[in-house]
Structures are given as structure tokens and as C-alpha cells.
Write a protein that binds this ligand. Structure first.
Ligand code: NAP
Length: 622
């Protein structure tokens, strides 16, 4: 037992034991987690200071030994509040419901809480979900909980969305899998903190099995267009079968788009790219038929995908040329590529509630915990940071970069970002990336790419001879729903309404498009706070509460009022300017071609939570 406890995250473990036993005396302040950026990144082993570690282990050990004697917990908000205070250091009363939601204690708080037959007995009412990735599976689950007949159309042959597509070497999560999993489907069986791609797919497959979702999914079926019919109040959808090309029309009262944001590869417009004589492929369309061994390989891009794929490619290729346009800030993440310690895993799978509280501590760090580091201080004058707090983060990251490349000052010059942290997505490294870039067979090229010739890539007038090129150039992230054509009220298409500048209330609803709800839509990405999965869950709960209201009113449809929408976006756009992401002009998929922050949620997580609790008075009912 003591051996296993040496690998535990003690604050989370003590919280779990306190919840299980009611013995709140173990929640001593000295055993609580550390806060602040530096502490978050370099947490002491076990999550507590070394001088109190033995006491914390003894307290945990004592409770674990007595578990069998102590009665099962009777949930009380008071007990949970005390634990929250211990874990977060603060507790504003209105946080408690969000925290309970994340713990799913005492129950799944995102359950719709209504059924079609209760609200509209006998009404014929159906939903269509487009996409069977992370968001679409959750949508199907919630609709089924509400007894709404649902069909999910998925253009791929299997579920998983981006996790189906991205099978490049080294693909894994860069958000802890505890947070990249649903509150209503959490577990303690993870082998890693940042799961490899196959483990994420297994999670999604397991979720589909557990909730019986596969029977609702029609694979190899692409929704190509949809038109809202004002008379019937139905969405009429054209669905194409990938194998036969046959088209059918399907009607639905509610249309949920779960098509994703990061799934349409971006192929850069580099002169001559098409003339290259060897193979060229995108990270999200991996060419498993091309053996890398012995090749002179070029990788364009140094975003999250390139960061993961470059280390294994560097080992296999004869020579690797990394073409970097903008360096990423690197978050030092010890153990990023390693499995969790066996003792940690043992306790996680055997100690009641431990995985829930561990997931919660991961969540908390990234909720409002880091936001302050991204907020712009207008009085702060510094070429590369936006506030004193942001500068503190920058300094920590610069120091860690200098340490990782201590023997290669030439690389430090190339890899040190000249923009504030949080202006662009950061990446993670446990030394694997640093080791790869310092190999003898790897070059980092920062001169601009001039053109591609049949033989290679030309920079600074010189051709770098290559056998193959990998495009780690990302996705057409801001072109939301570009894969299909949707026509709403008065024959207006979504493409016309947005004009390339996609916006939706809570990423979900759009004036002129009744009964259309998007998940992982505009402005629902995380910058520093929360997890995308949390935002998907909350937007879905918003959609479900809207649908519930529609049924309660026995209305055909509901449509967001234009003035509400404009007011909402005035606030959002103003808030974005006050964050590093809106302030900086660095290249980033967080902003669209108009320079507007179209991907990130710029307010607090609490504001997203509050706003997504229901439709309020924001809709007209038709
Ligand atoms: P990305 O972050 O958009 O990176 C694209 C890279 O290609 C950037 O370095 C970009 O340079 C470069 N690039 C684009 N066009 C170029 C051109 N014409 N010439 C030279 N360089 C060019 O894309 P990504 O790496 O695929 O990641 C996208 C997002 O997907 C991530 O931020 C993350 O949210 C998600 N993702 C998650 C995971 C995970 O969880 N494991 C893994 C992969 C991706 P600039 O920076 O100068 O634009």
C-alpha cells in the first residue's frame, strides 16, 4: 500500500477518501494542491510539498485501511463544498453546480431531465446529428436519454472523427485524457495521462457500446445539403452514400451539426508544390504505404501535429528537414509520452472516487486557473508579453527552452517565440521533441519557403533535396460547416449569412437558422481555460434545453433573435481584444481571415456555463 501511495496524486486521493468516508479532517491546508503557473507546471511529486508528504501518505493510508468499516457516502453539498475548498483554494458559491457537473456527483448533471413523451406525448419529432466523432456521439446519447429518435450520419466508415483520421506516427492527446473524456463517461482505467490515438478511439468505441449508440449511426453517409422548410418546420437533408453515390432525402425537426473544426486539411498554396516528383501528404491523411526508412524527408509546419510526428520521423528518415514558419511555445510536460506509474494506476482503478477527483484537479487547473496569465494589461510595456503575469509565464518557458537546448544556441535562436504565450496554441514536450531536433540528421529551417521544385524545397535561393514532403500545415479551422450547404429562412444560405466570418451563440445557434444547433462551433475552443470536451458538453446541454423548451411550447421551431446575437458578439469580440490571442498578430488558427478571434471562448468558463443553462428569452418561437 505505502508503495502505491508513493505514486498517488495525494490531494486528489485525500479528496476522494474524504468524500467516501466523510472524514473531512484529512483535508488539511498543507496537503492541498499548489497554485500559480510555476507550481502548476512543476508540481512536487505527489502534488504536496516534500516536508508534508509522509504525513499526507499516512493520512491516506489510514483511511484506505478503514474503508471497509466506514459506511457508503451520503451525498451532501456541504461535504463537497469542503472538498472543493481544499482542492481549489476558493469557492464562490455559484461554482458548485459546475464542479458537481464535472465530478458527475451525485449524478450525471447533464442529463436532459425531460423526455419527448412527457413533454409532447404523441408528437412525431426526430433529430439528425451530422458526424459520429466526439461531439456527435455525445449528442446521440443525450437525445436518446430524452427519448428523441435520432439518426447520426457519418461520412467515414467508422466513428471517431478526427481520431479516426489522424493516425500519423506519434499521434496522441495534448490535453490530459481525464479531461478529454466526458463527465458522464469517466473512468479510472487510463494507462496514460495523454493517451495515444488508439486509446482515445477505444474510449469513443467503448462509449458507443456502453450507450448503444452504434445502432443510431449510418456510416459512409454524407449529408451534402440541408434546407429548412418554413411550412413544415422540418430540415430536409440530402444524404449521399459514399459507396454507391445514391442520394436520399431525410427530414428532421432538429439538426445538430457535430462536424468538427479541425478536420478539413489545409493544403498550403506554395508555388510548385504540385510539381514535386515524390509523394506529398498531410498529417491527417497519413500515407502508410510510403516507408520512411532511409528517405530525405521534409516536414512543413511546427504546430501540434508536426510536434508529435517529427520525433518518430526523425528516427526513421535518413535526413529530416523541418520547415518552421512560426515557433510554438513549448510547455514542459514531464512524462508526456510515458504511461502512468503502475501504483498510480492501481490506486486510480481501485480507490473509490479517486479518478473523479483526479479528473477534477486536472480540470480545475485549466479552468479559470490559467486565464489571468493571458489577460492583457494595457499599461504593460514589453515587446513580447502582455502583462506581468504573462511575462512570468514567458520567462519560465524561455528558461525551459534554453535548458532543453543548452548545447545548441543556434536552435534556441530559431525556436524562441517572439509573441506572448497564449496568443497561439502551445505544445507539450517531455524532451522527446528537443532530442529529435538535436539529432545529427535533422535541420530546422526558418527561411521562408520560396517554392517547391520536382527535386525539393527552395529556401534562400538553395534547393533542399527531398524524397518526400509531409504537410503538418493544419486545418481550415475557421471555415465552419464548409463541407455542406445549409439554407435557412428566406432562402439564405449559411455561407451567405456568415460571409466567411462564422459566429454562433455559445457556438451553437444562428439567427435565420431555426432548430439548428452546432457543437464545437465558433468561439468554443479553449485558449487557456477548460477543455474542449467540457465546452462540447455544455453547448450540447444548451441545445437540449432549447429543444425541451420548443417541445414544452408545442412550437414548430425556434430561432435566435438577431439583436440578442449582435449584443452577445459585441461582448465576445471586446473580451477577445483583452486577451493575448486577440491582442497579438501572430499567425494562428485561433483567428479567421478577418483577424477576428473566431475559434476561442474569450470570457470565463463560468460565463459559458451560466449562459448554456437554457435559452432564456433569446428566441422567437415559430
Ligand atoms: P496548426 O497548429 O495550424 O499548425 C500548422 C503549421 O503549419 C504551423 O506551424 C504553420 O505555421 C505551418 N504552415 C501552414 N501553412 C504554411 C506555409 N504555407 N508555409 C509554412 N508553414 C506553414 O495545425 P496542427 O499542428 O495540425 O494543429 C491544429 C490543432 O489541432 C492544434 O492546435 C490542436 O488543437 C489540434 N491537435 C491536437 C492534437 C492532440 O490533441 N493530440 C494533435 C494535433 C492537433 P504558422 O504557425 O506560421 O501558421
Amino acid at each position: 500500500m505505502e508503495g502505491w501511495l508513493a505514486e498517488a496524486h495525494l490531494p486528489s486521493l485525500l479528496a476522494a477518501l474524504a468524500y467516501r468516508t466523510g472524514e473531512l479532517g484529512v483535508l488539511e491546508g498543507r496537503f492541498g494542491p499548489k497554485t500559480g503557473f510555476k507550481a502548476l507546471r512543476t508540481e512536487p511529486p505527489g502534488g504536496v510539498d516534500p516536508e508534508v508528504r509522509a504525513d499526507a501518505v499516512a493520512a491516506a493510508s489510514d483511511l484506505i485501511r478503514r474503508l471497509g468499516e466506514l459506511p457508503e457516502p451520503v451525498h451532501s453539498d456541504e461535504r463537497l463544498r469542503a472538498i472543493m475548498e481544499f482542492l481549489t483554494g476558493l469557492l464562490e458559491a455559484d461554482y458548485l453546480p459546475l464542479l458537481k457537473h464535472e465530478l458527475a456527483l451525485p449524478e450525471d448533471a447533464g442529463h436532459p431531465g425531460w423526455t419527448l413523451s412527457e413533454l409532447a406525448p404523441g408528437r412525431k419529432f426526430t433529430a439528425v446529428v451530422i458526424g459520429a466523432g466526439m461531439s456527435g456521439l455525445a449528442a446521440a446519447h443525450r437525445l436518446r436519454q430524452a427519448g428523441v429518435p435520432v439518426t447520426v450520419f457519418e461520412r467515414r466508415p467508422d466513428l471517431g472523427g478526427v481520431w479516426h483520421d489522424n493516425d500519423y506516427p506519434g499521434a496522441r492527446l495534448d490535453t490530459s485524457n481525464f479531461n478529454y473524456s466526458y463527465s458522464f463517461s469517466q473512468h479510472g482505467e487510463w494507462e496514460d495521462q495523454f493517451s495515444p490515438r488508439d486509446a482515445v478511439l477505444d474510449y469513443l468505441r467503448g462509449l458507443a457500446e456502453d450507450f448503444g449508440l452504434r445502432e443510431a449511426i449510418r456510416f459512409d453517409e454524407t449529408v451534402t445539403e440541408g434546407r429548412y422548410d418554413e411550412k413544415s418546420g422540418l430540415w430536409s437533408l440530402v444524404v449521399m452514400n459514399s459507396a454507391t453515390g445514391a442520394r436520399t432525402v431525410v427530414d428532421a425537426n432538429v439538426l445538430i451539426s457535430a462536424v468538427g473544426q479541425l478536420n478539413e486539411p489545409y493544403y498550403p498554396e506554395i508555388p510548385g508544390l504540385g510539381s514535386f516528383s515524390g509523394p506529398v501528404w498531410h498529417t491527417a491523411r497519413w500515407r502508410h504505404d510510403v516507408p520512411i526508412d532511409g528517405l530525405r524527408l521534409g516536414v512543413i509546419g511546427t504546430g501540434a501535429s508536426a510536434f508529435q510526428v517529427i520525433p518518430p520521423l526523425a528516427k526513421a528518415a535518413a535526413h529530416l528537414s523541418v520547415f518552421q514558419r512560426t515557433p510554438a511555445w513549448v510547455l514542459p510536460t514531464p512524462g508526456y509520452n510515458l504511461p502512468l506509474d503502475p501504483g498510480f494506476r492501481h490506486l486510480l482503478s481501485t480507490t473509490p472516487y479517486y479518478y473523479r477527483f483526479y479528473r477534477f484537479t486536472q480540470f480545475w487547473r485549466n479552468v479559470e486557473g490559467l486565464r489571468e496569465f493571458a489577460v492583457v494589461d494595457p499599461a504593460w510595456e514589453h515587446p513580447v508579453s502582455v502583462s506581468e503575469a504573462n511575462e512570468a509565464v514567458r520567462a519560465v518557458l524561455e528558461e525551459s527552452l534554453r535548458t532543453a537546448f543548452a548545447d545548441r544556441p543556434d536552435l534556441v535562436e530559431k525556436l524562441l517565440p517572439a509573441y506572448p504565450p497564449y496568443a497561439k496554441r502551445s505544445v507539450r514536450d517531455d524532451g522527446t521533441w528537443a532530442e529529435a531536433l538535436q539529432r545529427d540528421n535533422v535541420d530546422v529551417i526558418t527561411d521562408s519557403i520560396e517554392r517547391v521544385t520536382p527535386d525539393g524545397i527552395v529556401v534562400a535561393g538553395e534547393t533542399i533535396a527531398l524524397d518526400a514532403i509531409v504537410l503538418g500545415t493544419g486545418f481550415r479551422a475557421s471555415e465552419f460547416l464548409a463541407s455542406l450547404s445549409l439554407t435557412g429562412l428566406d432562402g439564405q444560405t449559411l455561407e451567405e449569412y456568415w460571409g466567411g466570418d462564422a459566429r454562433a451563440k455559445y457556438g451553437s445557434t444562428i439567427p435565420g437558422f431555426p432548430n439548428l444547433f452546432c457543437l464545437y462551433g465558433p468561439n468554443t475552443n479553449v485558449n487557456t481555460n477548460g477543455s474542449v470536451v467540457l465546452f462540447v458538453e455544455l453547448a450540447l446541454e444548451y441545445a437540449m434545453s432549447c429543444v425541451g423548451e420548443l417541445l414544452r411550447r408545442d412550437a414548430k421551431a425556434m430561432v435566435l433573435r438577431e439583436e440578442v446575437f449582435e449584443e452577445f458578439y459585441e461582448r465576445l469580440d471586446e473580451a477577445a481584444k483583452g486577451l493575448a490571442v486577440g491582442h497579438s498578430t501572430v499567425n494562428s488558427w485561433y483567428r479567421n481571415r478577418f483577424g477576428r478571434v473566431s475559434q476561442n471562448w474569450p470570457l470565463s468558463t463560468m460565463e459559458f456555463w451560466r449562459g448554456t443553462r437554457g435559452p432564456g428569452n433569446d428566441y422567437d418561437y415559430l
